[in-house]
Design a protein around this ligand. Structure first.
Ligand code: 13P
Length: 341
């Protein structure tokens, strides 16, 4: 393992002012997104859409440090024949790849899931590395509800994340470690805090037992927010304070950076929360974004599958990327959103 090189890539992924574009929707997830804008999901429409994002030179060169791709996309060429990976590299951004194979029901644990994809992972990493991937992503999913999560679910998912991370580092790829506590339930922020704490403590224990070098990793956690169906809302400052507190309690300072998922928050909430966390200051890691929906909802809507809308979609993407870039520095202001609207 070349830890110097892994650390260099991890640091580049969390460069201040920049963050990660999660464009790794599986074919079934991107179909759901396209359904909402009335676009048929085909290899060509998926290529056209992602090409427009990667050719948004303003966003890509100034605010996007890396892009997480899906297996289909890392192999695709732009309309003019240039590999999409090359477009990302030419913009000065790093290509990455989602390597988990999604979730399956966890035996004897009703309503809980385990992320699969360890079998054959080393061989896939070797291939992805040859295709240009510098980092990878694996997402574990933890749901909160009556009697869940279970010890079984947290242990099994943390173990899989750690096995994945060790394989990545052994093949010279930086693992993004993503244990996502979902915000789907009716729980309050305090419950999200305690589950997130349990999950993160377990994940770092398993990373240690699998001999993962934290200096060559990036953590992609959820923020501490109330469930979508909770009556008890939390202010931006409360979310920021609780999120920073749980991360300080659980994430070793050797980790170069934390890149949040957006998890179904609105675009503006995701930006405001990231900004408020960075305003707290004095955190031992870089704190940035690795957003899917919160970066792509606006450009998807602006594009709606029409080539005449490409420039408008690129403007929408650049705007969100710039807002989140400012939030990594604690310099975002709600006024900037209104001026752009
Ligand atoms: P969201 O920001 O839409 O939650 O997606 C991030 C991601 O990569 C989830 O795995």
């Amino acid at each position: 393992m070349n830890l110097t090189e892994l650390n260099r890539v991890a640091e580049a992924m969390v460069t201040p002012g920049r963050g990660i574009l999660a464009a790794d929707e599986s074919s079934s997830t991107i179909k759901k997104r396209f359904d909402t804008i009335g676009v048929e999901s085909t290899p060509d429409t998926r290529r056209d859409y992602r090409e427009l994002l990667f050719r948004s030179s303003e966003a890509m060169s100034k605010h996007i440090s890396g892009v997480i791709l899906y297996d289909e996309t890392i192999r695709q060429n732009a309309k003019d024949g240039t590999p999409l990976v090359k477009l990302i590299e030419q913009a000065g951004s790093l290509p990455g790849i989602k390597v988990d194979k999604g979730t399956k029901p966890l035996p004897f644990c009703p309503s809980e899931v385990i992320t699969e994809g360890l079998d054959g992972l080393r061989e896939r990493l070797v291939e992805y590395r040859a295709l240009g991937a510098k980092f990878a992503k694996w997402r574990a999913v933890i749901d909160i509800g009556a009697g869940i999560p279970s010890y079984t679910c947290i242990r099994a998912n943390a173990h899989a994340l750690a096995r994945y991370a060790a394989l990545c580092q052994d093949e010279g790829i930086v693992p993004i470690v993503e244990p996502e506590v979902l915000m789907d339930g009716d729980h309050d922020a305090e419950r999200c805090y305690s589950v997130t704490e349990w999950v993160l403590k377990t994940v770092y224990e398993d990373l240690y037992y699998q001999r993962v070098a934290l200096e060559g990793t990036v953590l992609k956690p959820n923020m501490v927010v109330p469930g979508k169906k909770s009556q008890k809302r939390a202010s931006v400052d409360q979310v920021a304070e609780m999120t920073a507190r749980v991360l300080r309690a659980c994430v070793p300072a050797a980790v170069p950076g934390i890149a949040f998922l957006s998890g179904g928050q609105s675009d503006e909430d995701a930006t405001a929360h990231l900004d408020a966390i960075n305003r707290i200051g004095g955190l031992p890691w870089r704190v940035t974004f690795s957003y899917g929906r919160a970066l792509q909802a606006a450009p998807q809507k602006a594009w709606s599958g029409r080539s005449e809308n490409v420039a408008a979609a690129q403007r929408a993407f650049s705007h969100r990327a710039r807002m989140n870039g400012l939030a990594t520095l604690g310099q975002w202001k709600a006024d900037l959103e209104r001026k752009a609207a």
